[in-house]
Design a protein around this ligand. Sequence first.
Ligand code: C2E
Ligand code: CA
Ligand code: CA
Length: 929
Amino acid sequence: MKKTTESNVCILTKNRRFLLLICILLLGALIFVFYSWNKSIFETENEARKMAETAEAGISNTVISNLDLENLENISEDKYYIELRNALKFISSIDHKITFSYVLLKQNNQLLVLADSEPYGSEDYSPPGDVYFEATEDDFSVFEYAETVITRSSQDRWGVWKSVLVPIFNDNNQVIAAFGIDYDIKLWYKYAVIQTIYAVIISLALISLVIAIYFFMYKNEELEREKQKLIDSDEKLKESETLFRSIFEQATIGISIGNSKKNVAALIEGRSTVNPMFQKILKRNENELMSINWQDITHPMDIKKDIELFEKFQNKEIDGYDMEKRYLRPDGTYVWVHMIISSLDLENLEGSNHLCLIEDITRQKEVESSLLESERSKSVILNNLMGMAYRCRYDQNWTMEFVSKGCKELTGYSQEELIENKLITFNDIIVEKYRPLVFEKWSEKIRERKRFREEYQIRTSEGNLKWVFEQGQAMYDETGEVLFLEGLIVDITENKEKELKLKYITEHNMLTGICNRVSFEKVLRSESSHIYDKKRAVILVNVEKFNLLNITYGYFYAENIIKLLGAELQKLNSDIIKIFHIAIDRFLLYLDGYKEKSEIEDLCKKINQTVSKILERNNIRVSVGVVELESNFIGAEDLLKKASIAVDGAFCNKEDNFCYFNSSMEKEILRKEAIKNELALVSRGIGEESLILMYQPIINLNTNEIYGFEALTRFKSKSFGFISPLEFIPIAEETQLIVPLGKIIMIKALEFLYIVNKDIDKDIKMSINVSGIQLLRDDFFDDIKEIILNTGVLESNIKFEITESFFSNDLDEINKRINILKAMGIFVAIDDFGTGYSSLSRERELDVDCLKIDKSFIDTLLTVPEENSITGDIISMAHKMGHYVVAEGVENESQKAYLVKHNCDFAQGYLYSKPLLSEDALRYIKEYE
Ligand code: C2E
Ligand code: CA
Ligand code: CA
């Protein structure tokens, strides 16, 4: 386009130049013609003048002078006249151009013809003196100026002439006449005209030549230009060829020229028509693509549409088409492409009839589908949302701009009623007491740019209260201003009610309905935040051996006792006393703000009094531990630990029944804890050798023979060395570890019993201490049977000692079990008789074989006079009930003497021997003889 304008401009200027040239040439020609004309006229005039002057010279002035000019009518015969006429005739004949020659006179201001060259009598002849009427100013001027005059063309009776008039002077140099020659005007101008014609011809020839040259040059120039153009376009072609190739090779879209055989690519001039990107997208090389039919690698889902369009395209119904389709790759995956098919008519491409462009849109498709999916799920979510999604303004009304369908179900108001506060504002739906909280919380979260989460209550259109949970977030513009708030409000009424119930459950003991440990921890935590200047203390009330209560009487009975206890203790609740039920067998009283320590002691006494009615009836004890809170905060866990330690302390201190926590107790607890852990390991069979059994002989006082041995266990702790059974057995009982440990002990004892009896004639018996916890377990009997079977001992050589304190429990149940043992042939003894709750009357109810009088009774034998001692009575009573009697802790002869005197059957004590290790016990037997 630009080119054409340029060439147009060029042509335009060229035309102008050409016109200018033509103009100049024409002007030059004109000047030349004009000049030629003028020059020819000048030459004609000059020639005529010369001719006339020469001719005039031939006419002698004397001739004229000799003529009688006054009398002209009579001179026609004058010889001079005739001479003059002949001269004139001669002159006229010299040149054919001369038509006339004559001599004029001036007389009386008239010009008269003196003579002319015409023959007499001819029409044109003028007689002498003939007035020349037609004389012009020019004709007169020759007389006036005495110079040769060439007149302007003039007409007279003879025609149109051009005259040359030459003055004829007399001797006095006066003009006496004028000689004239007339030229026919045509002839006069003939020369000039011819000359001018020549000039015109020359000019025209020149102009033509110039024009021809010009055109030639112009054409040449044009040809040059065409040539340049051709050269240029050839270069451009080369350039575009390179450009095309590099585009083809480097294009980021796949390009292929397909042929009518429906191959993906064709081969043209030895080159494949598929570019690298096409190959890359399809993950197939050019050879493959040239041999493969595109239908074979089109995804089945897209093939129908593609074929339809392609057929239309081939039938020229459409110029081309584009579609999104999937191509199959060799690895079985597919690639999404945007494909454009358009026709390609190239002369030299036979059969190649379409151009195929593809662009990999897999990523885009993925994004599209995930977007679609997310849009879809968003709308699904919004409409099926449990609750109400919203977008609102950050104002006092929470003006809603959008609310989801769930609005109606949540609030009872329709979407329309709530949006833009049409009927009601959301703020009005919020229960009044929560409104400031919601606003403050939102404002705070907006300041901190955090998420808002809050539970509060709303009132529905029907006036029902609902608990809701709102979670939302503010959206800000670039200046940080809040644009709107967005979020979700869900109905949590059901959950909230459950939660409140759960809260009640978690914070209360279900048995007594008293606040529990969690709630106590809460109270403590809430108080931790402020500095406390009041005196505070916790009093822990522990029901001793509660587990035994369960085992003996069953859970229902035990729980009932706890309920009664709880009810009694609750009566102590006051402004400064709060009661908590922190574990099934433990109550805690929180004394908040007492003045004197005596108040604590009074309270402890009150507790004991309060519970004593129930306790005495049921033969239970409580121990009370007290911890005074220091001003600095102590966690609930620590506090309870301390209280528990104190309770354990109270257990030892039987006088007061309550005990203050002190830090030395803590050490004991730690020791207890360590022992517990070690025992647990042993109970699992790890380090059984640390349970060491010693055997103390029991002597038959009647025969003085060894009756048997009592197995007494020691525990060799890794941390603390030998530990007395008085320390570790209660721990084992408390933790129920006594069950597996008892089994180990029994195995060891009976294995030793087997060894003892192996080589002697008279059987020696083995007394084994059994805990009540063991006895009350049903598997106890199976274990015994198994051990007896394994060790091969006789049942009749086994005796179980059960401590008296245990018999305070359900006697029927205990007797049942004792009878099972007896039925097996095993002896059963009451150990520590006289220390516990037993009395002789109760002992009667027991189906035991033997009674073991506690050491304290034997000890009294040393201090109390014989007649005052009841020991003898106990022995005789026992005998009356058919029980054997064993005296333990016999340390000296006087005691032995007493016992013998009162018919005690057996004796055991340092007097005979201390507990012995197994090999010592065997030696003892041997040496006893
Ligand atoms: P216990 O059954 O009354 O055992 C008698 C305790 O008195 C033993 O203490 C014994 O060493 C000690 N003793 C014996 N004769 C005399 C004496 O003349 N003077 C003095 N001062 N003490 C004497 P030990 O061995 O410390 O046992 C303490 C308690 O531990 C036992 O009292 C028994 O109730 C329990 N016990 C020991 N071994 C076991 C066991 O294997 N299982 C169970 N369940 N309890 C056991
Ligand atoms: Ca014993
Ligand atoms: Ca004993």
